[in-house]
Design a protein around this ligand. Structure first.
Ligand SMILES: [Zn+2]
Ligand SMILES: [Zn+2]
Length: 175
């Protein structure tokens, strides 16, 4: 297991691009630099742990500072990825690959206004049958695993925007 996330004290003089935390305040974080557009992940794991699809933004790990983490716990959802949550209030907050250099952050945990836009829906092959996709987002039946394309990864469809898929090297928030 990798080292736990930490507060980055060298960033204390910088203005964060966003701040956020869980419902009870036992986890608080700052984000620096650009935030990725929000991707809705409809995979079965996200549905189970978020109670619905997951809306994630993402930053480099070096741009993530977890300043209050007394409530933070990690669940190893596979041998390749883990999910961060608050043990006190139950908030689902983070997702990261163990060998990655980025961390995904639940968009709803960001202090509003986030200024973010939702641009993609991924793993829609697994989406709940009660979920209606918003028009205008790029829709992907599957995400990528481990950054490696798999045959079904190329089965992209889209809603009103032509054929499109995840950016090169992008991974879906699953596992
Ligand atoms: Zn909490
Ligand atoms: Zn997912």
């Amino acid at each position: 297991m990798r080292e736990d996330v930490e507060a980055i004290e060298e960033r204390d003089d910088e203005t964060p691009s966003a701040t956020g935390g869980c419902l009870c305040g036992a986890v608080r974080y700052r984000l620096f630099g650009p935030l990725r557009d929000v991707i809705n992940c409809h995979c079965g794991q996200c549905q189970r742990t978020h109670g619905n699809f997951a809306a994630y933004t993402r930053v480099k790990r070096s741009a993530f500072s977890c300043d209050e983490r007394q409530g933070l716990r990690w669940y190893s959802s596979s041998d390749r990825a883990r999910r961060g949550f608050c043990r006190t209030c139950g908030a689902s907050l983070f997702w990261e690959r163990l060998d990655g250099d980025a961390i995904s952050i639940s968009a709803g945990s960001i202090d509003p206004p986030s200024g973010l836009k939702t641009t993609q829906d991924i793993f829609v092959a697994d989406k709940g049958d009660y979920t209606e996709l918003a028009p205008g987002t790029v829709v992907t039946l599957q995400g990528r695993r481990g950054g490696k394309a798999q045959p079904e990864v190329n089965a992209y469809t889209s809603v009103g925007q032509g054929v499109a898929g995840l950016a090169k090297g992008e991974t879906g928030e699953t596992e």
